[in-house]
Design a protein around this ligand. Structure first.
Ligand code: SME
Length: 160
């Protein structure tokens, strides 16, 4: 398979629509969940502007451990309830943080990160992990990002 660079949309919403419309191609062609996550981290990295880290933390029943990602090396384990990722995993809800320095317990992996979005991956009420995206910009993620990234994760869960 060769990745043909799809033309990005002019607006954020349009860009997400284009991203979603091609998503299945990268996910269904994989036999394993890890392969899908690897391609998905690269795919999101291609489509989203102004991000410095995108990747997955997977849940082993006790803690989160680092999965496929794009960006600088990051912490390999996160306790449930710790930082933004651990909070999202524990509460099983999306966290949008405009300024990580104001988030109590935030775990700094890349000093350039200022805002962050974390989306839990849940299948049949069971936590599989989280998608984590960091940005060097303040308030980079809004309700449009949340809406579409949650759709991306829903598609991932549906076909995994
Ligand atoms: N900032 C995250 C840790 C993971 S890194 O950003 C890649 C957190 O507070 O959970």
């Amino acid at each position: 398979m060769m990745f043909i660079k799809v033309k990005k949309g002019k607006t954020k919403q349009k860009n997400y629509e284009i991203m979603l419309s091609h998503l299945e191609y990268f996910l269904v062609s994989s036999d394993s969940f890890i392969s899908s996550l690897s391609n998905l981290s690269a795919y999101i990295n291609y489509f989203l502007d102004d991000i410095n880290w995108v990747g997955f933390y997977l849940y082993d029943g006790k803690k989160l451990y680092l999965g496929p990602f794009q960006g600088l090396p990051a912490c390999s384990e996160i306790k449930l309830g710790s930082g933004v990722c651990g909070s999202s995993a524990k509460d099983m809800k999306t966290y949008v943080v405009n300024n990580v320095q104001k988030f109590k317990g935030h775990i700094a992996c890349d000093a350039n990160s200022i805002s962050e979005i974390v989306i839990p991956i849940i299948k049949n009420d069971r936590l599989l992990g989280v998608l984590d995206i960091d940005s060097p910009l303040h308030s980079r993620f809004d309700e449009i990002d949340q809406l579409y990234l949650e759709k991306v994760i829903t598609k991932l869960v549906d076909i995994s």
